[in-house]
Design a protein around this ligand. Structure first.
Ligand code: ADP
Length: 472
């Protein structure tokens, strides 16, 4: 059995600690073990990151950029192994895991360059004997806490901009999927990124989280996960007034207008809904279809959904892997049972398979009082509800505590732009089911979070602004 240790200050830590098993959700086999660390390891990691910050933040950005770029090259060299590791611990089909490694590495190459464009300003002064300058500097040690659905990308979209600015990081990957992260951190060491710049701690989430929250040296927390945990972490950041970035839950609506290209809309909904077996925070959770095309759209969608192959992600041609755990399967089941009890019709799917697999499911005759219309399903369930007018669709789409992603399908560009502008969402895909990309800002309105990741906006999250007034 392979054992992976934590990485703190460039050393492998954890041989003497209790072990946690990491299992393959497709087979229930134990893939590896990791150490169950806690407060002591969390504090040690901050000690290392705090010490490393002094040198790392004083390097020229060109020097940092070159090391970050070497990390990119090594991840690229090891992409097949990383993707396979990801599928084994997370379950997603191997082609999606390969896609995620490429996407994750895209943040590293993009921020290796963007670090060179952290510009200051000079502001015209009122008096002639003054000069007013604005510069930007790294915020300090950053705590990074990530979920299991994107074991690589959720880390690099935080760590790459942090490192580019000169910050150092302490990372707590999800215990369900820590292996990809640990392998990537080991590659960072090989690339020559100095010890202590990237530290990875595994184990007791609560104890590690608390240690970082109360530590004054941790100046910033960046978290992706549930709204519930995000809320706790935001409260916990209050005592030391940390900066916080939060990427939380979503409940994405897809609006399918009567003038859409139906095949394009079906393709977009399938891509946004069924990727990672429906386990992404930007997955389409509610499909609103104009009543005039609802029958045709549903027929074509169901045909595509029936073609999706469910199975072990390592097997050729699989489109939908297992869900992450028993709770995830139960949640999908509960959402379907609730909807059916309130009048929804199962058009395809609707049943759990063996182990953690679940049939991709389409429901029609769905109404707003059903659980799946307000609660994030995080599984392969597409509920279809019909609407009569554009206004109605927008109002129903916006009626949510979440505001992460939304999708619109129409061939009428004026209408498309009007709808995009009225949606209270941080990301809108207009005739596009897969809008995420490293160079664009990703983040939510309302209770979907704070701050943005990706794009030039994503680097600002790790910078402090310093104003210097010079008297001549
Ligand atoms: P998910 O369902 O996506 O795992 P969670 O919000 O439960 O979402 O968890 C996201 C990450 O936050 C995981 O790495 C988890 O271990 C961690 N986590 C959960 N609870 C806490 C906590 N109280 N303090 C710090 N980290 C936590």
């Amino acid at each position: 059995m392979q054992h992976f240790n934590m990485i703190i200050n460039g050393e492998e830590i954890g041989n003497d600690l209790p072990k946690v098993e990491v299992t393959n959700p497709a087979t229930s086999e134990v893939v590896a073990t990791i150490p169950r660390g806690g407060k002591d390891e969390a504090v040690r990691a901050v000690d290392a990151a705090d010490t490393a910050f002094r040198d790392w933040s004083r390097k020229s950005v060109y020097e940092r950029s070159e090391l970050i770029r070497k990390w990119y090259d090594l991840i690229n060299e090891h992409k097949e192994d990383l993707a396979e590791t990801m599928t084994r611990e997370q379950g997603k089909p191997i082609k999606e895991a390969q896609g995620e490694i490429q996407y994750a590495n895209g943040f590293i190459s993009w921020y290796a360059e963007e670090g060179k464009r952290i510009y200051g300003e000079q502001i015209p002064a009122t008096q002639t004997n003054k000069r007013l300058f604005v510069s930007k500097q790294p915020v300090g040690v950053v705590a990074v806490i990530t979920p299991w659905n994107f074991p690589a990308a959720m880390i690099t979209r935080k760590v790459a901009p942090a490192l580019a600015t000169g910050c150092t990081v302490v990372i707590k990957p999800a215990n369900l999927t820590p292996l990809t992260a640990l392998k990537m951190a080991a590659l960072a060491e090989q690339a020559g990124i100095p010890k202590g710049v990237i530290n990875v701690v595994t184990g007791d989430s609560k104890a590690i989280g608390e240690a970082w929250l109360e530590d004054m040296r941790v100046r910033k927390l960046t978290f992706t996960g549930s709204t519930e945990v995000g809320r706790q972490l935001m409260k916990g950041s209050a005592d030391t007034i940390k900066k916080v970035s939060l990427e939380l839950g979503g409940h994405a609506p897809s609006i399918v207008m009567d003038d859409c290209d139906i095949d394009k809309a079906v393709e977009g909904v399938v891509a946004s809904k069924f990727r990672n077996a429906g386990q992404t925070c930007v997955c389409s959770n509610r499909v609103y279809v104009h009543e005039d095309i609802a029958e045709e759209f549903t027929q074509r969608l169901v045909k595509k959904v029936k073609e999706l192959k469910v199975g072990n992600g390592l097997e050729e041609g699989v489109d939908i892997g297992p869900l992450i755990d028993e709770d995830a399967v139960e949640k999908v089941q509960k959402h379907i049972e609730d909807a059916v009890s309130k009048g929804a019709k199962v058009v395809t799917g609707g049943k759990a398979g063996k182990g953690l697999f679940y049939e991709p499911t389409v429901l029609t005759n769905v109404s707003e009082d059903m659980l799946c219309m307000t609660d994030e399903t995080f599984g392969p369930l597409a509920p279809i509800s019909t609407f009569k007018s554009q206004e109605e669709a927008i109002e129903r789409a916006n009626d949510s505590i979440y505001g992460l992603a939304a999708y619109v399908f129409t061939e009428n560009i004026t209408r498309g732009i009007q709808i995009c502008e009225q949606l209270e969402y941080g990301i809108v895909g207009l005739n596009d089911g897969l809008p995420s990309t490293p160079q664009a800002p990703f983040g939510g309105f309302k209770q979907s979070g704070l701050g943005r990741e990706g794009g030039h906006q994503g680097i600002e999250e790790f910078l402090e602004v310093k104003y210097i007034s010079v008297g001549l």
